[in-house]
Design a binder for this molecule. Structure first.
Ligand SMILES: *Cc1c(COP(=O)(O)O)cnc(C)c1O
Length: 357
């Protein structure tokens, strides 16, 4: 039975992408070779990489002021690579602590410059997005985590500032339209919403580079990768290929405006049930901050928790347990999750309420 994959990551991919990706493993572009065994310098792969970059540019309406890279090392590598490339020892960057990924990003950045935490919801177990903070004009950049995968919160607004935003969009990349001109750098590990594990998309405004005094190892210097079209070393060929197929799928769905409407519809369907159902409650305390990608929720008691877990499994729902630091459940609903999948989940919740409520 085909499962409904609510995993937080590595996560669901569109069925048509998986089929094409499987064909590519056997025979890419009728070349008689597998995507896994061709050179990254071959014309087949160079065309794939160029198409991947072109799709990023098209989906985000990106100008030539920005460079696009496909790197490895995960989003976690960007926690230190971004400050290394953007921040001098005597300069300040500002961070907002909205979750453990944001916390880790700030921790790494402290090795490269002065870090100010403008706001934090850590003491409240990250149950909301802090408001009422301002970005000082002397900041080189403001770091945000747009969607907090573990805690189920998401920025649905952007701060009013001229300071360039450096944003970890790992878990909501390409899930909605964004005002790209506000961002100096965007990074996203592919495995949440863009493709399989193994590559990280990095988009950077080029004028921010070349300003740090420290010596950068070639592999950790964005300029190296930009100058070499992300092929300074062997890139993660397969991860880039499948990410390209996923972006092509997003474009075919109508691009980010259509994807955003679809994600909103799924969120509305789920949260409507969560708010109406007496046996469950959300973990996020401020409704406006709830994530459309990773809704987190708890059952009112252990009996309901167990019954729901069993009923969900029986309905083919997979990957719905919450992160160990939050407990309960997390129904990740990335781009490729169809509305019908969310309906199956909602029906299980309704059914439990009828039986036990
Ligand atoms: C998963 C995740 C990360 C870590 O990504 P890796 O690619 O495993 O390093 C960082 N930030 C956010 C928001 C995430 O969801």
């Amino acid at each position: 039975m085909k499962k409904h994959n609510f995993s937080a990551g590595p996560a669901i991919l569109p069925a048509s992408v998986l089929e094409e990706a499987a064909r590519g493993v056997l025979n890419i572009n009728d070349s008689g070779l597998s995507i896994l065994e061709i050179s990254h310098r071959s014309k087949d792969f160079i065309a794939i990489a160029a198409q991947a970059e072109q799709l990023v540019r098209e989906l985000l309406n990106l100008s030539d002021d920005y460079a696009v890279m496909f790197l490895s090392g995960g989003a976690s590598t960007q926690f230190f690579m971004a400050p290394m490339n953007l921040l001098n020892e005597d300069e300040t960057a500002c961070y907002v602590n909205t979750g453990s990924w944001a916390d880790k990003a700030a921790k790494e950045a402290k090795n490269f410059g002065k870090i100010e935490t403008l706001a934090s919801s850590k003491e409240q177990n990250y149950t909301f997005i802090p408001r009422g903070w301002e970005v000082p004009a002397y900041a080189k950049y403001l770091h945000l985590t747009s969607n907090n995968t573990i805690y189920g919160t998401q920025f649905h607004w952007w701060p009013d500032t001229e300071v360039p935003i450096v944003c970890d969009m790992s878990s909501d990349m390409f899930s909605r339209t964004i005002p790209v001109e506000k961002f100096g750098l965007i990074y996203a590990g592919a495995q949440k919403n863009m493709g399989p594990a193994g590559t990280t998309l990095v988009i950077v405004r080029k004028d921010l580079l070349g300003k740090v005094k420290r010596t950068l190892p070639s592999m950790l210097n964005y300029t190296t990768h930009i100058d070499n079209d992300s092929m300074y070393n062997t890139p993660p060929v397969y991860a880039i290929y499948v990410s390209m197929l996923t972006m092509k799928w997003i474009k075919e769905q109508g691009g980010l405006t259509a994807i955003e409407a679809h994600n909103q519809a799924k969120g509305d369907l789920f949260y409507h049930e969560l708010d109406a159902n007496p046996l469950f409650h959300g973990t996020v305390t401020v409704k406006e901050d709830r994530s459309l990608m990773n809704p987190t929720f708890l059952a009112i008691n252990e009996e309901v928790d167990k019954a729901f877990d069993a009923a969900a499994k029986a309905a083919g729902i997979d990957g719905i347990r919450g992160h160990r630091s939050v407990g309960g459940f997390r129904a990740s609903m990335y781009n490729a999750m169809p509305l019908e999948g969310v309906q199956v989940l909602v029906d299980v919740m309704k059914d439990i309420a009828q039986k036990m409520g």
